[in-house]
Structures are given as structure tokens and as C-alpha cells.
Write a protein that binds this ligand. Structure first.
Ligand SMILES: CC(C)(COP(=O)(O)OP(=O)(O)OC[C@H]1O[C@@H](n2cnc3c(N)ncnc32)[C@H](O)[C@@H]1OP(=O)(O)O)[C@@H](O)C(=O)NCCC(=O)NCCS
Length: 201
């Protein structure tokens, strides 16, 4: 069993530790971090997933940015503890946070990442949206939470300057509760164990 909760200030050291573990040193030197500096996160969408022993196994964060003057969610970083990668936890956090974003009235999401992974959640390349350099344009991906939300939304990605942008919500907004979820691949693991094909320990 896992518990997914909105990130609190008390979670921050563990979440930062997970990101340091999962990403190359100097991750905060990436150009995408310049869009985040000094801008509050979208707190309702930053989620922490803990296992039964209360260890942080995965985390996802979002920031508000602008493209062509329109509000956009910048997804990331997302990371899953190396001992649990490939077990569906990343997918759990992606789906849960995007569902929350939709409920809150956000219309479009942006990320910089591997299209082969994120396309399974509906992300596709955004040809005319420009992240601060150096960013490989092929890794600039977008998702519409409302049909047509990326149409004619083009240009450079810029920092959000409205201080409360991350707090804006137009829909259901009681997303503060934690949710308990089963291991996403429990059935698969059980099947593998039954056939003697369980993963290496
Ligand atoms: C990328 C990451 C978040 C995915 O989470 P996860 O829990 O390991 O992935 P899931 O179990 O949900 O999905 C596994 C599937 O995604 C695929 N996948 C994982 N990372 C991938 C990548 N970078 N490119 C393509 N496919 C990828 C796996 O091959 C697997 O495919 P399958 O379902 O066909 O077997 C996680 O592996 C991670 O933290 N990696 C290190 C940090 C990172 O790269 N973060 C993303 C950049 S912000």
C-alpha cells in the first residue's frame, strides 16, 4: 500500500533528497529552474508518495509559467526512488496530479522530458513553444486538459509574475486529503511469482 499526499514544508528535505538521488549533480543549473526561481509551487499539485514504512518513494512538483500570456502548468521534476522504478509509481503520480490539475481548472501542461515515456499520458511535442536555452526542442512536450487549449498558444516560456498564480483554482478545491493506493503492479508481480518469474531481489 502507498499513500499519496500533497507535499508539505516538512516533506521538503526528503523530496529534495530523492531528486538529488535521481538526477545528475547540478540539476538546479538547468534552464527550467530559472522559470521556478522565486516562484511559489502549485501546492495543490505537488504530491509525495510514501510506502508502508513512511519512506518517500516518489514525488512530483508543478510550477506556474506563461506562454503567449496564457497560464501554463510546468510539470516537473518527477522522480521515483531507484529501487522502485518501473513498478508504476511514476504513472500513478502522473495520472493523479493531472486529474487534480483538471479539477482545479488548469487547461494546459508543459514539460521537458522523454516523449516515449510521457506520450502514454497524452503528451506530444510542442513545435512552437520555446523553453529557455539550452533545451532540446524535441523534449518540449504539452498536454491539453481542455480540448484545444494549446491551439495558438506559442512563443517563449516565461516566468509567472502574478504571485498567487499557483493558488488559483476554479473547480473543486478540497484536494488536501491523502489517498491510499494499492501497488500498481501487484497483480503482475503475483502472476510472476506464481510462475517463478519474479524480479531479482
Ligand atoms: C521517469 C520516471 C519518473 C518513471 O517512473 P516509473 O515509476 O519508473 O515508471 P512507470 O513504472 O510508471 O512506467 C514504466 C514504463 O515507463 C518506461 N520508461 C521509464 N522511463 C522511461 C524513459 N525515460 N523513456 C521511455 N520510457 C521510459 C519503462 O520502460 C516502462 O515501460 P513499460 O510500461 O512498457 O514496461 C522514473 O523512472 C524516474 O524517476 N527516473 C529518474 C528521474 C527522471 O528521469 N525523471 C523524469 C524527468 S523529470
Amino acid at each position: 500500500m502507498y499513500e499519496i499526499c500533497p507535499e508539505t514544508p516538512a516533506d521538503e528535505p526528503e523530496v529534495e533528497g530523492l531528486y538529488d538521488l535521481c538526477f545528475a549533480p547540478g540539476r538546479t543549473a538547468l534552464s527550467s529552474y530559472r522559470l521556478r526561481d522565486g516562484v511559489p509551487k502549485v501546492a495543490d499539485l505537488c504530491l509525495v508518495l510514501r510506502d508502508g514504512s513512511n519512506t518517500v518513494m516518489a514525488a512530483i512538483r508543478f510550477w506556474p509559467v506563461r506562454v503567449g500570456g496564457k497560464p501554463v502548468l510546468l510539470l516537473g521534476p518527477i522522480a521515483v526512488h531507484p529501487t522502485a522504478q518501473g513498478e508504476g509509481l511514476g504513472g500513478l503520480l502522473m495520472r493523479d496530479s493531472l486529474a487534480r490539475a483538471r479539477k482545479l481548472g488548469w487547461e494546459r501542461v508543459l514539460l521537458v522530458g522523454d516523449a516515449p515515456y510521457y506520450s502514454r499520458f497524452g503528451f506530444a511535442r510542442l513545435d512552437d513553444v520555446v523553453m529557455p536555452p539550452p533545451t532540446n526542442p524535441a523534449r518540449v512536450l504539452g498536454l491539453e486538459l481542455r480540448p484545444g487549449a494549446w491551439v495558438d498558444v506559442v512563443g517563449p516560456v516565461t516566468r509567472e509574475t502574478f504571485p498567487d498564480a499557483g493558488k488559483l483554482s476554479r473547480g473543486a478545491n478540497d484536494l488536501s486529503a491523502c489517498v491510499t493506493v494499492d501497488h500498481p503492479k501487484e497483480d503482475t508481480d503475483a502472476r510472476h511469482s506464481a510462475t517463478g518469474a519474479s524480479a531479482d531481489q
